[in-house]
Structure formats: structure tokens, C-alpha cells
Design a protein. Structure first.
Length: 195
């Protein structure tokens, strides 16, 4: 799906994420955002959403981390503010802007999505757990936490943290479970081999 608004959204978010702080982040950068938007579109398509629902999902996926340009903690609220300002200028309907904001807010760690659209973007945000690129993406996240959050881990601590996270994590949608759960299990088994 490539509507004029989606192309504009992608370019706008790419610009935001490639300037300042986000350009320095090893994980939460445009590469992550583009991958989340792609996964969200795939899951949405397989979930038989309407075109407008799919558009809202992909827009939310593009905007979900742009607040990282200013802060790590609480960036979801800032992402909503940035998305709202952009979408209002594009004359996007108010009810759909609120839906996009709710989807973005649902990606905050510890929140549980309450709608299918929120579940799709949550699954897309963590789709890398069930991809071949997981080990590399996980290394980049560790580097980002060390550089920007001053959170240092020994190899053993990092492996244990990730084993716990993958054990506790579950995909919400049937589509994500089908697409990503088998590889996520293999990635978990690889981590357990290291312990």
C-alpha cells in the first residue's frame, strides 16, 4: 500500500529520525522504523483490514518512535504530538488521528494493546524477535542502551535478560504468531545455548 499520505509520512519520519539524536541511535533509528512499518503492513494485509485501517496502522508504525529524537523515556507521547501536528496539516480526520495516537501509545513497554490495530503495531514493533536479523539487532540495542542509557551488562547478564524477555513475550495476532513465532523460538534456543 503506497498512498500519497503514506509516502509523505515515510519521508517526514525518515527526515526526523535521520537528524540529531536519532541518527546516533544504534537501534531506534530509521532502519528499525522502516522495518516496523513494513511488518505492520504485512500483518495488516494478512489480517484483512480495510484500506483506511491499514493506512492508520502504517502511519502509526512510522511515527511510533520519532519521539526518540528528544527522549527515550516517554517518547511515545512526544511521538503522538508530532504525528498529530503532521496529520492535522494533512487534513487527516480527527477520529483517525486519535486512533493513530492510541496505536502509538500502545507500544509503550508494559502497556497491553486493546484493539486489533494496536496489536498489529505491537507485533510489528517486536517482529525482529522472530527474524534472522535478531542477533544483530539485539547487539545494536545493547550498544544503544550502553551509549545512551548508561546501562552496561556482562555477556551473561545480557543473555539472561534476553532469554527472560523472549520467554515472557508473546505475539498478539494470529498472523504474527504464524510469521514470527517459529524463528523467535529458534532465536531463544540459540540464546540458551550460550548460557
Amino acid at each position: 500500500m503506497k498512498t500519497a499520505l503514506l509516502l509523505k509520512t515515510a519521508n517526514y519520519c525518515k527526515h526526523l529520525l535521520q537528524q540529531g539524536r536519532c541518527n546516533l541511535l544504534q537501534f531506534h533509528n530509521f532502519e528499525h522504523t522502516a522495518q516496523v512499518a513494513h511488518s505492520a503492513n504485512v500483518i495488516a494485509l494478512e489480517s484483512n483490514l480495510t484500506d483506511i485501517e491499514r493506512e492508520m496502522v502504517v502511519i502509526a508504525a512510522y511515527f511510533h518512535d520519532v519521539g526518540n529524537k528528544e527522549a527515550t523515556f516517554g517518547h511515545e507521547k512526544l511521538s503522538c504530538d508530532i504525528a498529530r501536528e503532521f496529520l492535522q496539516k494533512e487534513n487527516f480526520p480527527e477520529d483517525k488521528i486519535r486512533t493513530v495516537e492510541n496505536i502509538i501509545l500502545s507500544t509503550e513497554m508494559g502497556r497491553t494493546p486493546t484493539t486489533l490495530l494496536e496489536e498489529i503495531v505491537n507485533d510489528a514493533d517486536l517482529s525482529h524477535l522472530g527474524m534472522e536479523s535478531f542477533i544483530n539487532r539485539n547487539r545494536l540495542l545493547r550498544e544503544e542502551w550502553a551509549n545512551f542509557l548508561d546501562r552496561q551488562f556482562t555477556d551473561e547478564e545480557w543473555t539472561a535478560l534476553n532469554i527472560q524477555f523472549l520467554n515472557e513475550h508473546h505475539y498478539y495476532t494470529d498472523v504474527a504468531r504464524k510469521l514470527y513465532a517459529p524463528k523467535k523460538l529458534k532465536n531463544l534456543l540459540k540464546l540458551k545455548e550460550v548460557v
